[in-house]
Write a protein that binds this ligand. Sequence first.
Ligand SMILES: *[C@@H]1O[C@H](CO)[C@@H](O)[C@H](O)[C@H]1NC(C)=O
Length: 210
Amino acid sequence: MASVLTVLAMLAVLSGGLCEEKAFLQRAGVAFNNRQYRSLLTVNNGEVFGTWTWPEMCPDKFLAVGFSIRVESKQYGGDDTALNGIRLICAKDGNRSFLYSVESHTGYFGYWSQPQYCPSGVLTAFQIRVEPHKGLFGDDTAVNNIKFRCSSNPTLEGPGMDWGEYGHWSQECQDGGICGIETKMEEYQYGLDDSTLNDVRFHCCSRSQQ
Ligand SMILES: *[C@@H]1O[C@H](CO)[C@@H](O)[C@H](O)[C@H]1NC(C)=O
């Protein structure tokens, strides 16, 4: 009996590991944009360049459990843009083997980081690190990094850049979590100073909501 249990436990560990690697992850894009949401989380330290692009929402009943960011490393004399994109990873009822991602409009520079996940629970609030506008001849990067708070309470910080300062936390999603994203992007400047992502806002959906 004991050995059977041991084998079962080993199988569970093995299959758990395999599922982790083979997790289904698909971009939702704009397919679920008509999802109802309860509130919009914003911060007041975003930068001024560019325009709000388009929202992307996790599928019905899915909430964000993790994220990844696209960051351009330091360009040493070249034009720095720092944070270019934020991708939310959404799960349904905490099932992390079946995931969707949403990201709104992202910039074209840098690489996507390894996803970071809440130990349990969902993303509920955020904070951004922003470099203030550097004036006419400066090299603007705008948003450099992001932190999220999980409903299970830890905070997660992206592997972004260090310019600028963190501002205040957004409000928290009540009774649920983050379920959508919209970015404010400066369009490509064709050889002039690019700052790419300037601000971001997130939608909150309730746990029970369709
Ligand atoms: C996770 O979702 C997939 C797809 O719906 C399902 O096949 C799988 O059984 C679920 N896993 C758990 C642990 O609920």
